[in-house]
Design a protein around this ligand. Structure first.
Ligand SMILES: *Cc1c(COP(=O)(O)O)cnc(C)c1O
Length: 212
């Protein structure tokens, strides 16, 4: 746990950039340490871990779901998370709007950057298509875009890709006024993300240390 790093980064971010403390693989004690500093936004990748932590930790924590989503777990994820960053397939989006439309949920659409085959996410055109067609009266609210940079690329390439994400974010905002979140930047690349106008970074290891 590196409370000093947390406090330093919080100060750098100011009030315009949110920080999600990614607590996957970390014990509840560490979450409570940050909670005592006033931190309320935590990120998890696995449903079981999310449900365990949510039921045992203070109920004013806002839980961000960041992980891969299996369709059979979607309704539970919706129930336990306050916002889902990792909507990355049409199938999942369609279940949300067609089969779970009565539950209020905030979602981000995950943009796939570069050409890595293992990464999930939508193309730019797919995101524009979804945002354009999305029913604004739906209780499923599209609040923005989430991006994960490619592994093993250098800082200048990361920046180019983050700029691409930022441009897409600006376009989607003109289509849907509820779009306000650009979730971009992790422990290894949050400087690049901030320089490309990210307004929500997701930090795990740099705050909590290595996870189990
Ligand atoms: C694990 C994870 C993070 C945090 O990664 P760190 O490198 O530990 O900062 C951020 N975003 C997503 C989507 C993750 O899965």
């Amino acid at each position: 746990m590196n409370l000093e790093a947390y406090l330093k980064i919080k100060k750098e971010l100011g009030s315009k950039i949110s920080l999600v403390a990614v607590s996957k693989g970390q014990p509840k004690e560490k979450i409570l340490k940050l909670y005592d500093e006033g931190h309320r936004d935590f990120g998890e990748n696995f449903l079981q871990e999310l449900t365990d932590k949510k039921t045992q930790l203070p109920n004013d924590i806002r839980w961000h779901f960041l992980g891969n989503i299996q369709s059979n777990k979607l309704s539970k994820i919706v129930e336990y998370a306050d916002i889902i960053h990792s909507i990355s397939r049409y199938k999942i989006y369609e279940i949300l709007v067609n089969h779970l439309p009565k539950i209020s949920t905030s979602i981000l659409l995950q943009l796939k950057l570069g050409s890595e085959k293992t990464k999930s996410g939508f193309s730019e055109n797919e995101i524009l298509d979804i945002v354009t067609k999305h029913d604004k009266k739906s209780k499923i609210k599209i609040k923005g875009i989430m991006v994960i940079s490619e592994n093993n690329i250098d800082s200048s390439k990361i920046k180019l890709q983050f700029q691409q994400a930022q441009e897409l974010f600006e376009k989607t905002k003109t289509i849907n006024k509820e779009i306000e979140i650009l979730s971009m930047g992790m422990s290894g690349d949050y400087d690049e993300a901030i320089s490309c106008n990210s307004n929500m970074i997701r930090l795990g290891r740099i705050i909590f240390g290595e996870r189990k």
